[in-house]
Design a protein. Sequence first.
Length: 261
Amino acid sequence: MRIARFTTGGDPRYAVVEGEAGAEVLHVLTGDPIYTPVQKTGEQVPLTDDGMRLLAPVIPRSKIVGVGRNYAAHAREHGNDVPASPLLFLKPNTAVIGPDDPIVLPDFSQQVEHEAELAVVIGRITKNVSPEQALHHVLGYTVANDVTARDIQRTDGQWTRAKGFDTSCPLGPWLVMGLDPDDLAVSARVNGETRQHARTSDMVFDVPFLVSYISEVFTLLPGDVILTGTPAGVGRLEHGDRVEVEVEGIGVLMNPVVRRS
Ligand code: MG
């Protein structure tokens, strides 16, 4: 099942997405499926309707937990070893934008890069869960771009500014429930040219292990998001680019890139 968050001009609402690619229809829901039981209102909105805009499928109330260097070939492309245990960082929820929202290149960086990732959305309060039980705590999956100011990541030493700036966490186009995260294609294209392409089976630490490991550090709350790391092929984004991240079984997340100064 696919769940979208959208607006037709008023407050954000949620909907179940049905139909084939190019002919999707949003079946509007009452309430917020991340936190409350919901039902269909009967209203239907075609995805292509004028004035219909998809939003980030979730705005985490507490945190986005990123995982660094979780694909060996990506760790190597920057001359790093694969860590012995997951390398964690946080992004604030103010970094989140939705499909088609612009990634705004920050003034303090001259080297902003895309990172295509599978994102895990937590569905239940989760603390010290085992890998075997971890997927029962997942609500669903979406597509993420862990946009990173690579020059600042190097010079700052820690990653808050490099990975936490406004617009650095595009999420979308919707949540997919009931997906097996084990072996999905993950790719990034810039202006139509493929830059990253790998499979989640190439991850050093898989999704159940990551949820378990992270839940030993933090209590995970419904709506929290885990970014599972990016494959090799990260590259620079420039003003005017269009960056698409695709995860098999979920869809395509597109964002234009702008520099405002
Ligand atoms: Mg990343």
